[in-house]
Design a protein around this ligand. Structure first.
Ligand code: SME
Length: 169
């Protein structure tokens, strides 16, 4: 199996997501450790979209989210449920799209260059297991198309991997 992605940067975001979805089917194996699959997943997203400055997981344990596999600059390691965009998404169990992070009360600025963000909760048995967080250096980088396809990618991850096997602390 090849780990190399084929990415045509001329495609629309929707087409890029579709291409990524079929490639991730082969990139991630249920026979491999969860952390390996999550790591390649973040890399595949970052490679595919120029608009992404940072992409990664914050994995929940009780009332906190802990930094998991990611691509991009170093980031804050612990976020309380209810705090920032990630903690709010985890609390509400909803995807949050932020067009301008300065207008989101309590936004946590791990990277001062970040301008917009989307956070998708990963819910297993009605509990938030983690959130998937994507940042951009441009305003309004993420929209309903991102929400739809990131939700599909998260569903694919849940099908492929037994995520609850990952012990974070
Ligand atoms: N901005 C996030 C914090 C995580 S970083 O973006 C990597 C938030 O407000 O929750």
């Amino acid at each position: 199996m090849s780990q190399e992605l084929i990415i045509d940067k001329n495609l629309s975001d929707e087409e890029l997501y579709k291409s990524l979805q079929s490639q991730i089917e082969h990139l991630i194996s249920s026979d491999e450790p969860v952390i390996s699959g999550l790591s390649n997943f973040t890399s595949a997203l970052k490679q595919t979209f120029n608009k992404i400055s940072w992409v990664g997981f914050y994995i929940r344990k009780k009332d906190f989210l802990y930094l998991g596999p990611f691509q991009g600059n170093t980031a804050c390691t612990i976020i309380k449920i209810g705090n920032g965009v990630c903690g709010t998404s985890a609390k509400e169990k909803e995807t949050i799209i932020v067009e301008d992070v300065d207008k989101f009360p309590g936004h946590i600025a791990c990277d001062s260059g970040s301008k917009s963000e989307i956070v998708v909760p990963i819910i297993i048995d009605n509990e938030v297991w983690a959130v998937l967080d994507l940042d951009s250096y441009e305003y309004s980088s993420f929209n309903e198309t991102d929400k739809i396809y990131l939700t599909k990618l998260v569903e694919l991850l849940k099908e492929k991997l037994d995520l609850t096997k990952l012990q974070i602390i």
